[in-house]
Each structure stands twice: as structure tokens, then as C-alpha cells.
Design a protein around this ligand. Structure first.
Ligand SMILES: NC(=O)C1=CN([C@@H]2O[C@H](COP(=O)(O)OP(=O)(O)OC[C@H]3O[C@@H](n4cnc5c(N)ncnc54)[C@H](OP(=O)(O)O)[C@@H]3O)[C@@H](O)[C@H]2O)[C@@H](O)CC1
Ligand SMILES: Nc1ncnc2c1ncn2[C@@H]1O[C@H](COP(=O)(O)OP(=O)(O)OP(=O)(O)O)[C@@H](O)[C@H]1O
Ligand SMILES: [Mg+2]
Length: 360
């Protein structure tokens, strides 16, 4: 382990320990992958997501150089939203990617940089309010030239966290997506990226390296647009299959009480316990996580471990990690609240019981 800071090793071991006991990860890689391929053959299946995560996570090998564990870029962040791109990009780093970039508007850049020196932030996007009509063409050419300089170095793009819905900005992002597709760079589409894609399905249709991660609203909009009907939970598995097939076999991670993942061929489910709190930002963390795991799954596949599509493995691993992290965070918070509550009561300040001020 020479060459790796102790903190990095501890973090990776902590993440894996959090997901349950383990003995010898590398010994189990092939077996676990085989199990997964078999179980995913059935139409809808709760998968052994922890084994998937373990099987695709690369070992900390001193012979590897910076960048090999993943270079991720988030395209998102505007005047209103700076948290979402930060959550997505920093999650990629915390999980184990080596480099994490953010392409955002000028207004958002200084704010995002100030959250963390670890992120590489490019203030290149523009919203309509700061651009004169006659300058739009040259500015969008500048934006795409700037992203293109980096494009082929990225293992995955995350399109949409905190992007906003400004029409000029979304036009530029459409161009970025077209170039990513030409360069065969995988894309995780989330948040306002899904708003864009729902209106311009051609941006992802038939692209096997596209992953869509819709929440309840985003899923509803996709179903209405593609299948021209309402969401039908009675037949949710079939509807998800049809939706993924209808967009040409992209991978869809439908977020909810259970996460459902499909590329139009199979549906996998991850329903391990998460958190009962539905605060904003959890989907953003998920999008950055899926980007890293997807990249690792592609590396794993390139080593000759044929089988389940990397986009599906990436979604499964991201989903289980997010849900486990959410459940640990909730338990920590609940224990804290309970201990403060007990102290307060024992001090005799019953009237300020925290139970009345917190929902749990
Ligand atoms: N800390 C942060 O920075 C966080 C930032 N976040 C970022 O927020 C963005 C939106 O994501 P979200 O998840 O709120 O969208 P979603 O559930 O589809 O909509 C909820 C409702 O709001 C409405 N609506 C939304 N945008 C609108 C617009 N521009 N103009 C008008 N209406 C709009 C929407 O209306 P509808 O589209 O249904 O008409 C629906 O009723 C996205 O970039 C995300 O990454 C989050 O990740 C959380 C943490
Ligand atoms: N009812 C639920 N019970 C348990 N976990 C859930 C539930 N709904 C969503 N999740 C989990 O929370 C995470 C975020 O999903 P959510 O639907 O909140 O995304 P989002 O609305 O896009 O979030 P964001 O605020 O970041 O945009 C996912 O990992 C999902 O599995
Ligand atoms: Mg979201």
C-alpha cells in the first residue's frame, strides 16, 4: 500500500465495511460477478448489490497513477443552484475517483470553488440574461471548444445537477452531450438534464452509455413523453422496461422507496433500507456515485469479465451505497437527537423537549 495516504485507504475500507462484513474481496470477484449475471437474467430481481459493488471496486494498487481510478465531470450549477453540482462532484471524489471537474456558469463557479479546493471548476456556461442575442453563436462555440479540450479524458459526465432551465444554457449543454456521444463518453443524466432530455430524446436515444436517474417527477414526465400515458405502478416493471426500450435501450435508474434499474432487457431492484428523510441533495450524491461506479464497471469489463452491462452495475452499486449511507446518517442523527432529548429532560427543561421541534 506504499504510495497511498492512510486516509484514502481507511476511507475505502470504511465504505466497504459499512456495507457488511467481508473476508477476501479479490477472491470473491469472479464468483460474485457470475452470481449477478445469473440473477439478473430473470425479469425483475432484487440483486445482491453489495457483491456487485465489491466486484467492480478496484483495489488500491501502488502501480496505478493519478487518473486511473476515474476522472468525472459534472455539467451543472447556475445562479440558483450551487449545492447540487457540488454534492455530485464531491461524492465522486469521496467514493474514490481521482479527479472531479465541474462545468458551471460564471455566477456559480466562485461559490462552488469555495466549498472545496478538491474540485476543478470551469466557469464557462452562460445564461440568457448575461448574453446578447448577437453574441450567442460565438459564445456557444467557445463553450463547446472549452469542454472539448477535456472531453476525451473523462470517464463519465454527469449532466444536469443544478443546471437550471435557461434555454440558451440548455442549448449549449445539448451540444456538449452530442460531442460526448461522438467521443463515446458515458453520461449520467439527472435533474435538469432530464428536463432537457425529455424534450429532446434524440440526445440519448439509442446511446447504450447513457444512464437516466429520474426522481418521481422526472420519471412521470419521461413516461408521459415517451409512452404517452400515466405512471402505472401496478405494472411498474413492465412500464419501466417499455420506457427504457422506447428510448433505445438506455439504462434507467428509477429512484424511490425501492430503486428499479432497467435497460429495456431486465429489471433489477435495490431495496435495502435507506433513510426516511427526503431532504434534497440525495439524488445529486447518487448521480456522482453512479458515474464513478459505472467507470469502474467498464474497467472491470475491459479486463475480460464479460456479463452484465456496466451501466447497470454502476447503477446497482451507486444505489446500494447511497441507501446505506443515508441509513447510517439517519441513525447517527437519531441517536444524537435522542441523547440531547434525554439530557434536556433530565435537566428538567421538559418544555423545550426536542421531540416537538424535530419530525422524528
Ligand atoms: N441544494 C441544491 O442546490 C439542490 C438543487 N437541486 C436541483 O434543483 C433542480 C430541480 O430539481 P428538483 O428535484 O427540485 O426537480 P423536480 O422534482 O423535477 O421539480 C420539483 C418541482 O419544482 C418545479 N421546478 C423545478 N425547476 C423548475 C424551474 N426551473 N422552473 C419552474 N419550475 C421548476 C417542478 O415543476 P415541473 O417541472 O413539474 O413543471 C416541480 O413541480 C435540479 O437542477 C436539481 O439538481 C436538487 O437536486 C436539490 C438540491
Ligand atoms: N421513499 C423512499 N424511501 C427510501 N429511499 C428513497 C425514497 N425515495 C427516494 N429514495 C432514495 O433517495 C435517493 C434520492 O432519491 P430522490 O427521489 O430523493 O432524488 P431527487 O429528488 O433527485 O433528489 P435531489 O434532491 O438530490 O434532486 C435515492 O438513492 C433513492 O433510492
Ligand atoms: Mg434530483
Amino acid at each position: 500500500m506504499v504510495g497511498f495516504p492512510a486516509a484514502v485507504i481507511r476511507r475505502q475500507q470504511f465504505l466497504i465495511r459499512c456495507l457488511g462484513s467481508y473476508n477476501n474481496i479479490s477472491k470473491n470477484i469472479c464468483n460474485n460477478t457470475t452470481i449477478k449475471m445469473q440473477s439478473l437474467m430473470s425479469p425483475s430481481m432484487e440483486v445482491d448489490a453489495v457483491s456487485v459493488l465489491r466486484s467492480i471496486t478496484p483495489s488500491l494498487d501502488p502501480s496505478r497513477h493519478k487518473g486511473q481510478a476515474g476522472k468525472i465531470a459534472v455539467v451543472g450549477g447556475c445562479r440558483e443552484y450551487t449545492g447540487a453540482p457540488y454534492f455530485s462532484a464531491i461524492s465522486a471524489l469521496k467514493i474514490g475517483a481521482d479527479l472531479s471537474h465541474v462545468f458551471c456558469t460564471k455566477d456559480a463557479a466562485a461559490v462552488i470553488k469555495s466549498y472545496s479546493p478538491e474540485l476543478i471548476v470551469h466557469p464557462i456556461l452562460e445564461e440568457s440574461y448575461s448574453v446578447r442575442d448577437e453574441d450567442k453563436k460565438s459564445i456557444s462555440a467557445k463553450v463547446i471548444a472549452e469542454v472539448d479540450k477535456w472531453m476525451e479524458r473523462f470517464d463519465c459526465l454527469v449532466i444536469g445537477p443544478g443546471l437550471g432551465r435557461d434555454p440558451f444554457l440548455l442549448d449549449c449543454v445539448s451540444d456538449i452531450m452530442k460531442h460526448a456521444r461522438q467521443s463515446n463518453v458515458p453520461m449520467v443524466i439527472d435533474g435538469d438534464g432530464l428536463f432537457l432530455v425529455t424534450n429532446y430524446l434524440d440526445l440519448v436515444s439509442g446511446y447504450p452509455l447513457a444512464v437516466l436517474t429520474p426522481n418521481i417527477n422526472e420519471y412521470k414526465r419521461l413516461v408521459q413523453k415517451v409512452l404517452q400515458c400515466e405512471v402505472n405502478d401496478q405494472d411498474g416493471t413492465q412500464q419501466l422496461l417499455s420506457l427504457a426500450k422506447g428510448i433505445g435501450g438506455v439504462t434507467i435508474l428509477r429512484k424511490g422507496g425501492s430503486d428499479f434499474i432497467s435497460n429495456g432487457e431486465t429489471v433489477s431492484t435495490v431495496s435495502s433500507f435507506g433513510s426516511p428523510r427526503r431532504c434534497g441533495g440525495q439524488g445529486d450524491i447518487l448521480s456522482g456515485s453512479v458515474a464513478v461506479f459505472l467507470s469502474w464497471a467498464r474497467q472491470h469489463a475491459a479486463k475480460g469479465e464479460a456479463g452484465v452491462t456496466p451501466t447497470i452495475l454502476g447503477c446497482i452499486a451507486g444505489s446500494v451505497l447511497m441507501r446505506k449511507a443515508a441509513s447510517l446518517a439517519f441513525e447517527t442523527w437519531r441517536s444524537f437527537v435522542q441523547s440531547v432529548e434525554a439530557d434536556t429532560l433530565s435537566m428538567g427543561f421538559k418544555e423545550v423537549s426536542l421531540a416537538t421541534s424535530f419530525p422524528y
